[in-house]
Design a protein around this ligand. Structure first.
Ligand code: ATP
Ligand code: MG
Length: 277
């Protein structure tokens, strides 16, 4: 019984072989190697075809179109978009209780003693919300979409650089919060083309209890409801709901990619199509 060698299997997966193709079994090593040659050739030809199609019709990475689509959906639903810096100060991170002894602290990319690449959008959103809550009628509904960075163990579901969508609505009535969280999750997941997700309560290192949005065994996003003890660091006292989604995870769920690499920013894939062919 001969399976693909590890090297063969990896190459076939990179080229977009189906699960059935990568699980194939052969009578002999010679038979397997012949089959590899012809399958590899066929997959390479298909990638070349897809890349040509990309140049002529698709023209935009799915990650970019998803970002535009979600931003339009939220703006239409009454949210205002913000764009805050990717560089974050140690002080703002500390306000999220992420200090030396916090599990997330070890995952942070430090640029120098005082500055890091943001691992999440929440500290910046809190920062602008403390002013917007003063200046705008309630509820105040804002969102940001942008890169976040974490030294997450590399695996099929994590990248060190990924794209977060974080939406927050503050100053709604406490009774509305749980229902609103569901509505907002449904709005985003529908726009991302994802059906049959589930919601499950989870424990989070930052927020205590979160409500995770899950498809199969893939976490798509985490939602939370306030008032929350963290709010005091910003002088915020009103009830709120917020959800953070990973855009690459949304693409994985929609396209059925088994590896996040295909969905994210990449030098080896263009829109999920392997370039070294
Ligand atoms: P996980 O448990 O999957 O590591 P998390 O609970 O640590 O994720 P959150 O802090 O809840 O992540 O971030 C919100 C969302 O951002 C997650 O639900 C996920 O979709 C996405 N996300 C978080 N970390 C990564 C990563 N390293 N790569 C890709 N997406 C990520
Ligand atoms: Mg989470």
């Amino acid at each position: 019984m001969n399976e693909w060698t590890e090297v063969q299997k990896q190459r076939l997966q990179e080229l977009g072989a189906t699960e059935a193709q990568t699980a194939a079994i052969f009578g002999s090593a010679e038979e397997r190697n012949r089959a590899y040659q012809s399958l590899e050739q066929a997959l390479v030809a298909r990638c070349a075809e897809l890349l040509l199609q990309y140049r002529i019709t698709t023209k935009q990475p799915a990650l970019t179109s998803l970002e535009i689509n979600l931003a339009n959906t939220l703006v239409t639903a009454g949210f205002a978009q913000v764009a805050t810096p990717t560089l974050l100060s140690k002080g703002l991170l500390a306000k999220m209780t992420i200090t030396e002894d916090h599990p997330l602290f070890k995952q942070v990319f430090w640029l120098d003693e005082r500055k890091c690449l943001r691992p999440m959008l929440a500290p910046n959103l809190y920062f602008v919300l403390k002013d917007l809550l003063r200046l705008w009628p309630h509820p105040v509904s804002i969102f940001e979409i942008g890169p976040c960075f974490r030294k997450d163990t590399q695996g099929g579901k994590h990248q060190q650089e990924f794209t977060m969508l974080n939406l927050v609505e503050m100053g709604l009535s406490k009774e509305r919060c749980a229902e609103r969280l569901k509505e907002l999750a449904a709005l985003v997941l529908k726009a991302a083309g994802i059906e049959n997700y589930t919601m499950a309560a989870e424990l989070s290192d930052v927020y205590g209890e979160t409500i995770d949005l899950v498809k199969g065994d893939l976490e798509l996003g985490s939602g939370a409801v306030g008032p929350h003890p963290l709010d005091a660091n910003w002088g915020i006292t009103v009830p709120w709901v917020g959800i953070g989604f990973g855009l690459e995870r949304l693409l994985m769920a929609k396209e059925g990619h088994s590896n996040i690499q295909r969905a994210g920013r990449s030098l080896t894939y263009l829109n999920g199509i392997r370039l070294n062919i």
